[in-house]
Each structure stands twice: as C-alpha cells, then as structure tokens.
Design a protein around this ligand. Structure first.
Ligand SMILES: [Zn+2]
Length: 320
C-alpha cells in the first residue's frame, strides 16, 4: 500500500511526493539513540486517542447502522492494551477521548486507563456528527456521555472532541452547550480544508471561545500559504515517519506551540475485518499502513515530550 499518488487525497498533495519506505523502520532500541543525535524539543505536546471501535468511524456510517453495533465483535480491549503498554513503556500520560457507547460496554477497561494516570475525556455518545444534531440533542448527548465517563473512570471529565472534527461555521453554538454542561475545553475544529470536516480559516492554536470554552485544535503546518494536517490519523499512517517528525519540529520552531496529536485504537489493528461496499479512497484511508502504526507511534513518543491535554494546556484552561 505504499504506492500512493497525489491523486488519492487532496488534503496532502505537497507532502506525498515520496512514498513510504517498506522496511526501513529501525528497531526500538536503535531509535532511542537516533533521537539523541538531535536535542529533543523542550515543548510538551498533547498525545490523544479517540476511543472507538473499528466499525464506528464516520466513513462506514452508511454501511453499519448504529442499531447493529451491539452485534459486532469488539476488537477494542486487545488494541487498547497494546496502547496502554506502549504509553507505560515510554512513561507518557495521554488523553483518551472516549465514546459514551464504549463506556457503557467497557467500563472496567476505561477505569483501568484512568487508574494508569491518563485523562478520560468525551467523544460524544455514539459518534453522531455535531452537524447532524440540534443544540438540545447535543446537550443530551454530552450530558449522558460525561455522566457515564465520570461514573466508570472516577475522574472529572472536562474535555470534549466532536466526532470526526464535525464542527462547522454553522455549529459554533456547541461552545455554549459545552460550557453549560460542565466542559472546559474542546478539541473539535480542524483548521484545514478537507472534504469531510474542517474550518480552513479557524485559529491554528488554543484559543478561548465566547462561552469560555478553550478550543485546542489538532496540529497543522503552513505550507505554501495553506494549512496542512500534521496531527495524526490517516496522514500519519500514510506518510513516512520522518515527514511527520519534521512537520512537528517546523511547527515548534515557527510557532512555539505544543503539538496536538491524535489516533484511533483501530489504526494499530492490522487484523481487523475489511469493510466491503465502500469507495476505494475510503478503503485506502482506513487501511493504509496499519501494521506499521505501532512502531511509528513509538518513535513519536521517543522523539518528543508528551502529556495529557488538561496538563499540557493547564495554563489556558485553568489547570487541574
Ligand atoms: Zn471519532
């Protein structure tokens, strides 16, 4: 799957000139030394995971109706344990934006994540896009989710990430709803042009919204006057690791801001069932380089400093 071309995804045309090498990832022991060859940036960044099953992504929404989710085999526990042990090995505490639907079914797992020192935050109940909800429906969704997450984790939940970064210029009322329902920060606007989400001219860094909620966008770099995603997800899997590292270093040097990185548990699950009946482009985005993801994440954890959202941005959202 490394023969990508610039026609696959219009969101990353500039960085896609070099296909990923197929067998050049160094072993874990080696890259610790490689990282030492260049001083690690002192900036602490936010490492985030959107906790959902392999069949709950928006790209598959039309293939598997929500009422059938309960009948599909869960693959979450195994991949979550791999993520937790990776973080433990590198001494990193992260933020897990978790669906209420997951909290209902995997309460013990989410409790364990919290007990390991990670932050539990909200990703909404069942991955409905904000653009499909009324303010009242979102209010019910985030109250239900926050209540569930606090019950299972034993933590106060103050963060929210909209499913699929689905905040548009028409749904900026979400910040009023989030403020009214006890949230303090959001990581829901991707300041890029993309076919499914994003507000290209939104601020690139943490900023307060009118209701007092601090919006903390995933990381972008500016190339040729355009914001490009440099924050994880499909782009991180698709591109050679060195480009992602260079993008974060460039952003650090130019902007001096923490990076906000995100991925999903299913992105390290190379054995997940393959969805049929979806466009080739969707399939490519979902399945590219799954088997290399864990090694790439490990390099990222070694090459930069990481922490939880509520700690990294404590000075802006009021601290813990
Ligand atoms: Zn999601």
């Amino acid at each position: 799957m490394s023969t990508s071309t610039a026609s696959v995804d219009p969101g990353v045309p500039v960085l896609m000139l070099t296909p990923p090498p197929s067998h050049t990832l160094p072993a874990p022991q080696q890259h610790s030394r490689l990282a030492g060859s260049r001083a690690r940036s002192a900036i602490r960044n936010a490492f985030t995971i959107d906790v959902e099953e392999w069949f709950q992504v928006s790209a598959f929404e039309h293939r598997i109706a929500r009422e059938h989710w309960g009948g599909i085999d869960s693959r979450l526990e195994g991949v979550m344990r791999q993520i937790m042990s990776l973080l433990e090995r590198r001494g990193v505490r992260a933020t897990f934006f978790t669906l209420g639907w997951i909290a209902e079914r995997h309460g013990a797992l989410i409790r364990e994540v919290a007990e390991q020192g990670h932050e539990i935050a909200s990703h909404g109940f069942d991955h409905r896009r904000v653009t499909a909800l009324s303010p009242q429906a979102l209010r019910e969704d985030v109250i239900r989710t926050r209540t569930l997450l606090e019950q299972v984790s034993g933590q106060a939940v103050t963060g929210y990430r909209a499913p699929s970064f689905s905040v548009s210029p028409d749904t900026l009322w979400i910040y009023d709803v989030l403020a009214e329902t006890g949230h303090r920060y959001s990581s829901s606007i991707f300041p890029i042009a993309h076919d499914h989400y994003g507000i290209p001219d939104a601020p690139r860094f943490a900023h307060a919204r009118a209701s007092g909620i601090v919006e903390i966008p995933p990381t972008t770099v500016v190339l040729g006057g355009r914001n490009l995603p440099a924050a994880g997800g499909g782009y991180f899997r698709l591109l050679p690791y060195g480009l992602s590292r260079a993008a974060i270093r460039r952003m650090h040097a130019r902007d001096g801001e923490p990076a906000v990185f995100y991925f999903h548990p299913w992105e390290i699950d190379a054995d997940q069932p393959r969805m049929t009946g979806v466009p080739a482009r969707t399939r490519f985005r979902h399945y590219v380089n799954l088997s290399r993801m864990l090694a790439k994440l490990d390099r990222l954890l070694v090459d930069f400093h990481w922490g939880r959202m509520d700690e990294v941005f404590a000075d802006r959202i009021g601290g813990r």
